[in-house]
Design a binder for this molecule. Sequence first.
Ligand code: FAD
Ligand code: MLT
Ligand code: ZN
Length: 415
Amino acid sequence: MLGPEHLLTEPDMVAGYVRDWTGRWTGHTPAVVRPGSVEEVQEVVRICGEHSVPLVPQGGNTGLVGGSIPHKGEVVLSMRRLDRLGPVDERRREVTVGAGVTVGALRTHARRAGLEYGVDLSSRDSATIGGTIATNAGGMNVVANGDTRRQVLGLEVVLADGSVASRLGGVAKQSTGPDLLQLMVGSEGTLGVITAARLRLLPRLRSESMVILVGVQTLGEGLGLLGPGSQALEFFDRACLETVVGHRGLSRPLPGDPPFYILVETTSTPDLPDRLEAVVDRTLWAYRDSITETLNQIGVPVKLDVAVPLGRLDEFAVAVAGLGLEGQVYLYGHLAEGNFHVNVLANPDPEMVVDQVLGIVIGLDGVIASEHGIGVAKSVWWQRSTDRATLAVNRQIKDAFDPGRILNPEVFWGG
Ligand code: FAD
Ligand code: MLT
Ligand code: ZN
């Protein structure tokens, strides 16, 4: 049906689709299928359902929780060919795009029309709209624009039986019962295959934003830099700075050696206490933007993506340090959301790291996944830490949408 060039079975052809971005997981598959239209997606899903062959929807394969690759021989349903950019409705500030469009391509498309897409992340040139909706991705600008969920006005989704549920009409407001399509946001390919999305766009900022890097002793101090004009409020620790300076040829941005660095992008000048060292320059984003790739060049990190209440940021950082984890520990993340990306390199027991760090998170009333999702990396912890009532409803939702368990069966429920 798809033609030979869109049905890949040779090991060297499928290799890039069965290994995750971090290199932590490698699976196997009988085939990668690359449909080019919603009708082709429907047909693939229908055939898989008929033969009880599970499949894994895949976008840019930049996911960090092992959810985008076939762990147990599932078919890979690559969505990248659905990359149509619809015309921007400048008056209503909306656009409809295919699930395979990258975040970067959408951002460029919106800018050409004098508008912005509200989500940005370092994986922008590979991560797709379908993947970012399926994981409810966050990124750098959540503080100003909200997460991906906040941008979604409507979706087109292929369900497990091959039928299509669609709401792309662009009606701004609707009061017609529970919104089934919103359930797809964050469902990580387990409830349906997103084929297109109607997205909200934003006006361009009226005033130019400035980028400031500040050295602080505590993260609480960093949070004080949040202001009405904040477009981003990010942090990284001394270990991250040392690593990007050492591996990226970046110069030391500040004279001192503070334990934490706060990167603020803002349209309003923050009140900076005199004792804090600060530097202003747009290129400062390079320090923050290059952390993930640099760590991955050094090794395969244990990656955790958690969030704690804003009043407990330093308590969390101190507790993680108190674990005395073997190897190198790196902390960075999206400070305004209480988000920590805890990365650990060269530790011999990744499972133990996960258990210890997530134990602290739960103890502080935090969440075990802030923006990357559950995938396979946290399925056991998700089942363990979610209350019984919520888990039971989630199981009923899975049963209703995917009774044959053909949609990404290892995510959430595997392990
Ligand atoms: P994939 O990795 O292909 O898939 C992710 C999940 O979505 C899988 O469960 C998959 O089955 C499902 N899926 C994919 N497409 C569809 C579809 N069309 N329909 C249904 N299900 C689908 N994430 C953040 O939140 N914030 C960040 O700041 C951030 N920065 C990153 C920086 C780097 C350098 C890298 C490598 C990753 C980063 N990520 C970040 C993680 C990742 O980019 C996001 O999770 C992104 O949303 C994944 O998009 P993708 O298209 O690559 O999806
Ligand atoms: C980031 O904020 O840099 C991303 O979520 C990627 C990561 O966690 O490394
Ligand atoms: Zn992040």
